[in-house]
Design a protein around this ligand. Structure first.
Ligand SMILES: Nc1ncnc2c1ncn2[C@@H]1O[C@H](COP(=O)(O)OP(=O)(O)OP(=O)(O)O)[C@@H](O)[C@H]1O
Ligand SMILES: [Mg+2]
Length: 335
């Protein structure tokens, strides 16, 4: 988990003990194995945390039962989670979203611990909080058809952008802190952001709801070093993708430092964190590479150097190796 999630040690150290308690058979009865509220600015790794945990526990990021709370802004939409009672119009057509079968479907041979994610919890109608209150309190949910779903073998994650806007304001240099991640202010800023987050949470949710959360984690803005590691992770992922998809027709990428900086400048910001980085890499690198592959301009087993154009306005792909040099000139990319 820690190898895929960069620079959020508080999240890892809050979550891991609950996983270990479960694995040791020591989780408490009659409640979920762990309940977490993940707060903080966009693109700092909240959803990624849950995906990385699923990959570590079950071998795939997809082993998560995800409820997009933005789809449950109205009371009658929340009812879809538990399904209609028998006899009600439409009863037969309603498959409750939170059935035992769906919870079980995100476990695996590797682990019986299911991960349930309520994404952007603040967007849901108030009845969602009431429904969750029962789940957090007793570890069960009663469905419309009177069946119950057990959440004892689950980790429940809720993410929220509550307080995120105020956090971004607090991070601005003019506010007294020297921008993102300056060392001497890091600890001070961390405390400040936590306070902003908790204030926003207490304003939105009732105390009995907040009290049932095992850990509230406030995600920190990513430092330049952390963003650099994320670029490296995503480039390594792209290389794996090339190897897996192209097999023997594959090639090596060698991305120069200036080119990485270019991707960082285009793909990251205080407002969206690393959220746009994947798309930036796709547009600036993967798509131009695809053109080379489609035009059969790359020798199997060759190396492609990714560097800056002379005027620093775009990336340039330069295949190296004898055959490549003979056959084609450098390819200049539009930005
Ligand atoms: N700490 C991190 N470690 C590794 N990758 C990250 C991290 N933060 C962001 N990323 C990258 O950025 C993408 C977006 O991050 P993620 O979806 O976790 O953001 P979020 O905090 O959930 O934001 P939002 O509040 O907008 O939902 C991820 O898919 C991942 O590629
Ligand atoms: Mg998210």
């Amino acid at each position: 988990m820690a190898s895929q999630l960069v620079g959020q040690p508080a999240a890892v150290s809050a979550i891991v003990p609950y996983v270990q308690m479960y694995q040791a058979g020591l989780s408490p009865d009659s409640r979920p194995a762990g309940v977490f509220l993940l707060l903080g600015p966009s693109g700092t790794g909240k959803t990624k945390t849950v995906e990385a945990l699923a990959a570590a526990l079950h071998g795939s990021e997809k082993h998560v039962l995800k409820v997009d709370c933005g789809e449950f802004q109205l009371e009658h939409e929340v009812a879809k989670l538990i399904g209609a009672p028998p006899g009600y119009l439409g009863h037969r057509e309603t498959h409750p979203m939170l059935s035992q079968a769906r919870v079980n479907s995100v476990t695996s041979e590797k682990s019986s611990l299911a991960i349930v994610l309520f994404d952007e919890i603040e967007k849901a109608a108030p009845s969602m909080t009431r429904l969750l209150l029962g789940v957090l309190d007793k570890g069960t949910l009663r469905l419309g058809d009177n069946n119950t779903v057990s959440f004892e073998r689950t980790l429940i994650f809720m993410t929220s952008n509550l307080g995120a806007r105020e956090m971004i304001t607090a991070m601005e240099p003019s506010f007294g802190f020297q921008g993102m991640g300056r060392q001497e202010n890091a600890g001070e800023m961390e405390g400040q952001l936590e306070k902003i987050g908790m204030t926003a949470v207490r304003r939105k949710f009732a105390p009995e709801f907040v009290n049932r959360i095992d850990a509230v984690v406030t995600y920190q803005p990513l430092s330049q070093a952390a963003l650099g590691s994320i670029v490296d992770l995503q480039l390594a992922e792209l290389q794996r993708h090339i190897d897996a998809r192209l097999g023997l027709r594959g090639f090596r990428l060698r991305v120069q430092e200036e080119a990485k900086q270019f991707l960082l400048a285009r793909g990251t910001s205080a407002q969206f964190g690393a959220r746009e980085l994947k798309r930036t890499i796709q547009r600036q690198l993967t798509q131009p590479l695809a053109v080379l592959v489609a035009n059969e301009e790359l020798e199997a087993g060759s190396t492609v150097v990714v560097e800056m154009s002379e005027d620093d306005s775009s990336l340039m792909l330069r295949p190296i190796g004898e055959a490549a040099r003979r056959r084609r000139p450098d390819l200049r990319l539009a930005s």
